[in-house]
Write a protein that binds this ligand. Structure first.
Ligand SMILES: *Cc1c(COP(=O)(O)O)cnc(C)c1O
Length: 219
Protein backbone atom coordinates (compact mmCIF):
# COMPACT_ATOMS: atom_id res chain seq x y z
CA UNK A 1 0.00 0.00 0.00
CA UNK A 2 1.30 3.46 -0.84
CA UNK A 3 0.96 6.12 1.79
CA UNK A 4 0.19 9.67 0.84
CA UNK A 5 2.83 11.60 2.73
CA UNK A 6 0.54 14.63 2.93
CA UNK A 7 -2.02 12.73 4.98
CA UNK A 8 -1.46 13.18 8.71
CA UNK A 9 -1.18 10.01 10.72
CA UNK A 10 -3.86 9.27 13.26
CA UNK A 11 -1.42 10.16 15.99
CA UNK A 12 -0.72 13.55 14.37
CA UNK A 13 -4.39 14.22 13.79
CA UNK A 14 -5.14 13.38 17.41
CA UNK A 15 -2.44 15.71 18.70
CA UNK A 16 -3.72 18.54 16.54
CA UNK A 17 -7.36 18.07 17.55
CA UNK A 18 -6.45 17.85 21.23
CA UNK A 19 -4.51 21.11 21.01
CA UNK A 20 -7.43 22.80 19.26
CA UNK A 21 -10.06 21.77 21.80
CA UNK A 22 -7.98 22.38 24.92
CA UNK A 23 -7.47 20.26 27.98
CA UNK A 24 -10.96 20.49 29.46
CA UNK A 25 -12.72 18.95 26.47
CA UNK A 26 -12.82 15.19 25.86
CA UNK A 27 -12.15 13.93 22.35
CA UNK A 28 -14.54 11.12 21.44
CA UNK A 29 -13.19 9.25 18.41
CA UNK A 30 -16.22 8.42 16.25
CA UNK A 31 -15.10 5.08 14.85
CA UNK A 32 -18.05 3.94 12.77
CA UNK A 33 -17.09 2.21 9.53
CA UNK A 34 -13.38 2.65 10.10
CA UNK A 35 -11.00 -0.20 9.26
CA UNK A 36 -9.40 -2.22 12.03
CA UNK A 37 -5.87 -0.94 11.46
CA UNK A 38 -7.01 2.62 12.18
CA UNK A 39 -8.67 1.53 15.41
CA UNK A 40 -5.38 -0.09 16.40
CA UNK A 41 -3.45 3.06 15.46
CA UNK A 42 -5.83 5.16 17.57
CA UNK A 43 -5.34 2.89 20.59
CA UNK A 44 -1.57 3.00 20.08
CA UNK A 45 -1.71 6.80 19.99
CA UNK A 46 -3.36 6.71 23.39
CA UNK A 47 -6.98 7.26 22.44
CA UNK A 48 -9.33 5.56 24.89
CA UNK A 49 -12.73 7.20 24.37
CA UNK A 50 -14.66 5.99 21.33
CA UNK A 51 -18.11 6.72 19.97
CA UNK A 52 -20.01 4.09 18.00
CA UNK A 53 -23.24 4.43 16.07
CA UNK A 54 -24.53 0.89 15.93
CA UNK A 55 -24.74 -1.67 18.68
CA UNK A 56 -23.84 -4.64 16.49
CA UNK A 57 -20.85 -3.03 14.82
CA UNK A 58 -19.61 -1.90 18.22
CA UNK A 59 -19.99 -5.40 19.69
CA UNK A 60 -17.91 -7.03 17.01
CA UNK A 61 -15.24 -4.34 17.27
CA UNK A 62 -14.96 -3.90 21.00
CA UNK A 63 -16.26 -6.93 22.89
CA UNK A 64 -12.89 -8.71 22.88
CA UNK A 65 -10.72 -5.58 23.05
CA UNK A 66 -12.64 -4.41 26.07
CA UNK A 67 -11.31 -7.32 28.13
CA UNK A 68 -7.68 -6.23 27.55
CA UNK A 69 -8.18 -2.52 27.85
CA UNK A 70 -9.59 -1.57 31.23
CA UNK A 71 -9.53 2.19 30.65
CA UNK A 72 -11.51 2.03 27.43
CA UNK A 73 -14.68 4.14 27.40
CA UNK A 74 -17.38 3.36 24.85
CA UNK A 75 -20.14 5.81 24.05
CA UNK A 76 -23.19 5.07 21.92
CA UNK A 77 -23.75 8.10 19.69
CA UNK A 78 -26.24 6.62 17.19
CA UNK A 79 -29.96 5.95 17.57
CA UNK A 80 -30.96 3.06 19.81
CA UNK A 81 -33.97 0.82 19.35
CA UNK A 82 -35.63 -0.34 22.56
CA UNK A 83 -35.15 -4.00 21.61
CA UNK A 84 -31.36 -3.49 21.59
CA UNK A 85 -31.29 -1.99 25.08
CA UNK A 86 -29.92 -5.12 26.76
CA UNK A 87 -26.98 -5.36 24.37
CA UNK A 88 -26.38 -1.64 24.68
CA UNK A 89 -26.19 -1.49 28.48
CA UNK A 90 -23.78 -4.41 28.51
CA UNK A 91 -21.35 -2.76 26.10
CA UNK A 92 -21.54 1.00 26.53
CA UNK A 93 -20.38 3.14 29.43
CA UNK A 94 -22.39 6.07 28.15
CA UNK A 95 -25.49 6.24 25.97
CA UNK A 96 -25.71 9.68 24.37
CA UNK A 97 -28.95 9.23 22.46
CA UNK A 98 -31.77 8.90 24.97
CA UNK A 99 -34.69 10.70 23.34
CA UNK A 100 -37.95 9.11 24.51
CA UNK A 101 -39.59 7.60 27.56
CA UNK A 102 -40.07 4.22 25.93
CA UNK A 103 -36.31 3.90 25.53
CA UNK A 104 -35.72 5.09 29.09
CA UNK A 105 -38.00 2.32 30.37
CA UNK A 106 -36.28 -0.27 28.19
CA UNK A 107 -32.87 0.81 29.50
CA UNK A 108 -33.96 0.60 33.14
CA UNK A 109 -35.40 -2.85 32.53
CA UNK A 110 -32.23 -3.95 30.75
CA UNK A 111 -30.04 -2.78 33.63
CA UNK A 112 -32.21 -4.63 36.15
CA UNK A 113 -32.27 -7.79 34.08
CA UNK A 114 -28.57 -7.95 33.25
CA UNK A 115 -27.27 -6.64 36.56
CA UNK A 116 -24.65 -4.43 34.90
CA UNK A 117 -23.68 -1.01 36.19
CA UNK A 118 -26.13 1.52 34.82
CA UNK A 119 -24.60 3.52 31.97
CA UNK A 120 -24.47 7.29 32.11
CA UNK A 121 -27.07 8.84 29.89
CA UNK A 122 -27.17 11.94 27.75
CA UNK A 123 -30.40 13.20 26.28
CA UNK A 124 -30.18 13.94 22.57
CA UNK A 125 -31.97 17.17 21.70
CA UNK A 126 -33.29 17.84 18.20
CA UNK A 127 -32.24 21.49 18.33
CA UNK A 128 -33.22 22.08 14.70
CA UNK A 129 -36.69 20.53 15.13
CA UNK A 130 -35.97 18.39 12.10
CA UNK A 131 -38.66 15.82 11.28
CA UNK A 132 -37.43 12.20 11.11
CA UNK A 133 -34.30 13.02 13.08
CA UNK A 134 -33.32 11.64 16.46
CA UNK A 135 -33.59 13.66 19.60
CA UNK A 136 -36.32 14.97 21.85
CA UNK A 137 -37.78 18.34 20.86
CA UNK A 138 -36.59 21.36 22.80
CA UNK A 139 -40.12 21.64 24.22
CA UNK A 140 -40.12 17.97 25.27
CA UNK A 141 -36.79 18.04 27.06
CA UNK A 142 -38.01 19.05 30.53
CA UNK A 143 -40.59 16.26 30.68
CA UNK A 144 -38.15 13.56 29.54
CA UNK A 145 -35.55 14.79 31.99
CA UNK A 146 -38.08 14.77 34.82
CA UNK A 147 -39.10 11.20 33.95
CA UNK A 148 -35.47 10.11 33.92
CA UNK A 149 -34.68 11.82 37.20
CA UNK A 150 -37.64 10.17 38.83
CA UNK A 151 -37.06 6.64 37.60
CA UNK A 152 -33.30 6.57 37.07
CA UNK A 153 -31.91 9.17 39.47
CA UNK A 154 -28.53 10.68 38.76
CA UNK A 155 -27.93 8.84 35.50
CA UNK A 156 -28.63 11.69 33.08
CA UNK A 157 -25.48 13.76 33.13
CA UNK A 158 -25.92 15.92 30.06
CA UNK A 159 -27.16 16.70 26.58
CA UNK A 160 -26.09 15.92 23.03
CA UNK A 161 -27.05 17.38 19.65
CA UNK A 162 -26.41 16.99 15.94
CA UNK A 163 -27.21 20.32 14.25
CA UNK A 164 -28.96 20.29 10.85
CA UNK A 165 -26.33 19.72 8.16
CA UNK A 166 -27.45 22.73 6.10
CA UNK A 167 -27.43 25.35 8.84
CA UNK A 168 -24.67 27.16 10.72
CA UNK A 169 -23.93 25.11 13.81
CA UNK A 170 -23.18 27.93 16.26
CA UNK A 171 -26.79 28.77 17.24
CA UNK A 172 -27.46 25.09 17.88
CA UNK A 173 -24.36 24.73 20.02
CA UNK A 174 -25.28 27.86 21.98
CA UNK A 175 -28.81 26.56 22.52
CA UNK A 176 -27.63 23.16 23.73
CA UNK A 177 -25.21 24.77 26.18
CA UNK A 178 -27.97 27.08 27.44
CA UNK A 179 -30.34 24.13 27.97
CA UNK A 180 -27.67 22.19 29.84
CA UNK A 181 -27.02 25.16 32.12
CA UNK A 182 -30.73 25.68 32.73
CA UNK A 183 -31.09 22.09 33.87
CA UNK A 184 -27.77 22.01 35.73
CA UNK A 185 -26.35 19.27 33.55
CA UNK A 186 -22.59 19.20 33.24
CA UNK A 187 -21.97 17.22 30.04
CA UNK A 188 -22.44 18.84 26.64
CA UNK A 189 -21.67 16.61 23.63
CA UNK A 190 -21.51 18.61 20.39
CA UNK A 191 -19.21 19.24 17.47
CA UNK A 192 -17.96 16.91 14.72
CA UNK A 193 -15.11 17.03 12.17
CA UNK A 194 -16.14 20.32 10.59
CA UNK A 195 -16.91 22.27 13.74
CA UNK A 196 -15.36 20.70 16.83
CA UNK A 197 -13.20 23.74 17.59
CA UNK A 198 -16.25 26.01 17.43
CA UNK A 199 -18.19 23.61 19.66
CA UNK A 200 -15.36 23.60 22.19
CA UNK A 201 -15.41 27.41 22.31
CA UNK A 202 -19.18 27.38 22.82
CA UNK A 203 -19.09 25.07 25.81
CA UNK A 204 -18.77 21.46 24.62
CA UNK A 205 -17.36 19.07 27.19
CA UNK A 206 -17.18 16.30 24.56
CA UNK A 207 -16.60 16.56 20.80
CA UNK A 208 -17.29 13.57 18.54
CA UNK A 209 -14.79 13.49 15.70
CA UNK A 210 -14.70 10.85 12.96
CA UNK A 211 -13.10 11.68 9.62
CA UNK A 212 -10.84 14.48 10.88
CA UNK A 213 -9.39 11.94 13.32
CA UNK A 214 -9.32 8.69 11.33
CA UNK A 215 -9.59 9.79 7.69
CA UNK A 216 -12.46 9.03 5.30
CA UNK A 217 -14.77 6.17 6.25
CA UNK A 218 -14.68 2.80 4.47
CA UNK A 219 -18.13 3.15 2.87
C1 LIG B 1 -20.44 9.98 12.44
C2 LIG B 1 -20.78 10.82 13.59
C3 LIG B 1 -19.87 11.76 14.11
C4 LIG B 1 -18.53 12.05 13.46
O1 LIG B 1 -18.73 12.59 12.20
P1 LIG B 1 -17.48 13.21 11.38
O2 LIG B 1 -18.09 14.22 10.50
O3 LIG B 1 -16.86 12.08 10.66
O4 LIG B 1 -16.58 13.81 12.38
C5 LIG B 1 -20.24 12.46 15.23
N1 LIG B 1 -21.43 12.28 15.84
C6 LIG B 1 -22.33 11.39 15.37
C7 LIG B 1 -23.60 11.22 16.09
C8 LIG B 1 -22.04 10.66 14.24
O5 LIG B 1 -22.95 9.81 13.77
Amino acid sequence: MTEDTQTPTISEARTRILSEIGGDVTLVAASKRQPEERIEAALEAGQRVFGENRVQEAQSRWASRRANCSDLQLRLIGPLQSNKAEDAVQLFDVIETLDREKLLKALIKAVEKTGVAAPDLLIQVNTGDEPQKGGVSVDGLAALLAAAQETYPGQVSGLMCIPPADEPAAPHFALLKKLADQHQLKTVSMGMSGDYALAARLGATHVRVGTAFFGARDY
